[in-house]
Design a protein around this ligand. Structure first.
Ligand SMILES: C[S@@+](CC[C@H](N)C(=O)[O-])C[C@H]1O[C@@H](n2cnc3c(N)ncnc32)[C@H](O)[C@@H]1O
Ligand code: SF4
Length: 420
């Protein structure tokens, strides 16, 4: 007979939390003026001749939040991110109603960061001011490029002049602003990219995100690829962009994110530090910790299905516990994106499991020079940052590695019974 008590076995196989991680709230708005040909987000061009169903959507979001309250009962919300899609398509009054409803239902920290994503094609100065008055205190603006040639190649709905006007007004009204830009654009060279960086720096935003344009499956660009810079050219562009931003005083704190000191995006930092988030809205993902388990949820993805089902108090399409064997990879997938990494103790705090369950991956990553050998931190080396995918993959279990090569989108999620 085994001398291990069943209770101890359970302790080894289930997370045990002394304290739950910080909680963030994500709100997804699934509509855009037009679908960009490179974008695989859950975003749909609003083709209706009528106005967006903004009232019905805010009602659905509120019903969704109410149905989720038992899973986050009493927990303070530190950040709110209203993303999309293009949330700035909604009238400011809808954002105000949404934020009031959130404040009335969950304890929102007095200093909560409240971000809204906006597209310069929806820019109106008065509307931005009304978003701010409604309680939005950070604006994330999808600029992509300040060059009309590239905006055109990307199929954006706005031109460079509109991008400049939106950035100028955002900085004036919110102060706390992120500009999203992409690089390695069709036909782009290093000079083009550095001109874009210079144009962005002229606004001195506290935060800049620079994403390398990727060809995502199920997008128009994937089917009809534009002539993109090759890997070497893209690496040269990235090096030039990163150097310029560093010289201008921005800290490259995450793979694609650059911020003035202490101006990092608190909401995204919570994801990368494996914090909790409740995601409401069409197709939103959640990760929630309980005393002895971590749960992932997915809301109904299609806007109309979501509208119908959330209104009935049934917003969930899928829900599953995160298995113990997936925790090292899930944690490292996030934490190792951070240039400074995380304290090693955070692993146990955020997964509820001892760091020893990741020891094989840590040893191999250290041996390969991808992870710093300091036992107090989990921090990628310069080589690890460059080959981040390889570093993260060292934490996949054999079973997960096999699953990753299968065409599974739902991963470990269990499909809930379909609602008639
Ligand atoms: C969900 S979008 C939100 C912003 C807003 N919808 C807009 O585009 O103006 C977030 C950002 O993801 C980036 N992005 C989207 N698709 C991408 C892709 N295929 N490759 C790289 N970055 C991408 C863009 O920079 C975009 O601003
Ligand atoms: S506006 Fe933003 S979310 Fe909408 S399709 Fe374009 S990149 Fe995607």
């Amino acid at each position: 007979m085994s001398d291990v008590h069943p209770f101890d076995v359970a302790a080894l196989t289930r997370p045990q939390f002394k304290a739950l991680p910080p909680l963030s709230l994500y709100v997804h708005v699934p509509w855009c003026l037009r679908k960009c040909p490179y974008c695989d987000f859950n975003s749909h061009a609003w083709r209706g001749t009528d106005a967006l169903p903004h009232d019905a959507y805010v009602d659905a979001l509120i019903a969704d939040l109410e149905s989720a309250l038992p899973s986050v009962w009493g927990r303070k919300v530190h950040t709110v991110f209203i993303g999309g899609g293009t949330p700035s398509l909604l009238p400011a009054a809808s954002i105000e109603r949404l934020l009031s409803a959130i404040r009335a239902r969950v304890p929102l920290a007095p200093d909560a960061e409240v971000t809204l994503e906006a597209n310069p094609g929806t820019f109106e100065r008065g509307k931005f001011a009304d978003f701010f008055a409604a309680g939005v205190n950070r604006l994330s603006l999808g600029i992509q490029s300040f060059d009309d040639r590239f905006l055109h190649a990307l199929g954006r709905v706005h031109d460079a002049t509109e991008a400049r006007h939106a950035a100028e007004a955002a900085l004036m009204i919110f102060g706390n602003v992120n500009l999203d830009l992409m690089f390695a654009l069709p036909g782009q060279n290093v000079d083009d990219a550095t001109r874009d960086v210079a144009a962005a720096l002229a606004f001195a935003p506290p935060h800049l995100s620079f994403y390398q344009l990727t060809l995502e499956p199920n997008t128009l660009f994937h089917r009809f690829p534009p002539p993109l810079p090759d890997d070497e050219q893209a690496a040269d562009i990235e090096e030039a962009v990163v150097d310029m931003l560093a010289h201008a005083g921005y800290v490259h704190y995450e793979t694609s994110a650059h911020a003035k000191p202490s101006r990092e995006c608190r909401h995204n930092l919570n994801y990368w530090r494996f914090g909790d988030y409740l995601g409401i809205g069409a197709g939103a993902h959640s990760k929630l910790s309980f005393a002895d388990r971590i749960v992932r949820q997915l809301r109904w993805k299609h806007p109309q299905s979501y509208l119908d089902r959330a209104a009935r108090g049934e917003p969930l399409q899928e829900q599953a516990d995160v298995s113990r064997r997936d925790l090292p990879f899930e944690f490292m997938l996030n934490a190792l994106r951070l240039s400074e990494g995380v304290p090693a103790a955070l692993f146990a705090e955020r997964t509820g499991m001892p760091l020893s369950i990741a020891s094989r991956g840590i040893a191999e990553a250290t041996r390969k020079g991808l992870l710093e050998p300091d036992p107090a931190v989990l921090k990628p080396t310069a080589l690890g940052r460059r080959f981040l995918n390889d570093l993260q993959a060292l934490f996949l279990t054999d079973a997960a590695r096999k699953r990753a090569t299968e065409p599974a989108v739902a991963g470990e999620l269990v499909r809930l019974p379909a609602v008639p």
